[in-house]
Design a protein around this ligand. Structure first.
Ligand code: SF4
Length: 188
């Protein structure tokens, strides 16, 4: 590796670590902790196949027990609800309640999003792509599952008339579903 690249890579690793610590601090807000905020954010963004305790634990890179504890605390605060899926009584579907959607209006990570929104378009796009690549590399090293959206998924089956289906289960995907993150994502 060239010396200049080594300097950049060291600086990037340090900056990402510091940004991670800063965002961790930010998320002790409105009576919630970082794991609770991350769970609410996940449930707001995940598609119907992914709003389960198991998928949440995968996304957070934690155990099912720890994820369940976080879910119980959010349920007690009235921010989430669980429903048994009719097809399988053991399977649970999670959703934000109205209060959950309301508290998400105060999401402390919006400060980081606002700062990112000030980046020029081309730089913002390149940064997002680069960070996605870094995260993919880390997930591979740690054995974690990669989450993503339909547009970049190898299972997406889209036809010329604008309709799209999930190739895994044959379900039709509405436009808003295609923008949500999915536990079954497989990079195209
Ligand atoms: S196409 Fe891929 S990302 Fe979209 S729902 Fe199917 S598995 Fe999930």
């Amino acid at each position: 590796m060239a010396v200049l690249n080594e300097m950049h890579s060291g600086r990037i690793a340090e900056l990402l670590d510091r940004i991670g610590r800063a965002t961790h601090c930010l998320q002790f807000a409105d009576g919630l902790n970082p794991a609770q905020w991350e769970t609410l954010r996940y449930l707001a963004r995940a598609n119907r196949y992914s709003r389960t305790p198991t998928a949440l634990a995968e996304y957070l890179g934690t155990t099912k027990g720890t994820a369940s504890q976080t879910l119980r605390s959010l349920e007690a605060k009235g921010y989430i609800r669980r429903e048994k899926r009719s097809a399988d009584r053991r399977s649970v579907a999670l959703d934000l309640t109205e209060s959950g959607h309301a508290v998400m209006e105060q999401d402390p990570m919006a400060r980081l999003e606002d700062a990112a929104a000030d980046l020029p378009d081309d730089l913002g796009g390149a940064l997002a792509d680069s960070l996605t690549g870094l995260l993919r590399g880390l997930k591979t090293a740690c054995g974690g599952r990669e989450f993503g959206v339909c547009a970049q998924c190898g299972h997406l089956d889209s036809s010329g008339d604008g309709t799209a289906r999930c190739g895994l289960n044959g379900d039709t995907l509405a436009r808003e579903d295609r923008a949500r993150i999915c536990v079954e994502f497989h990079a195209a």
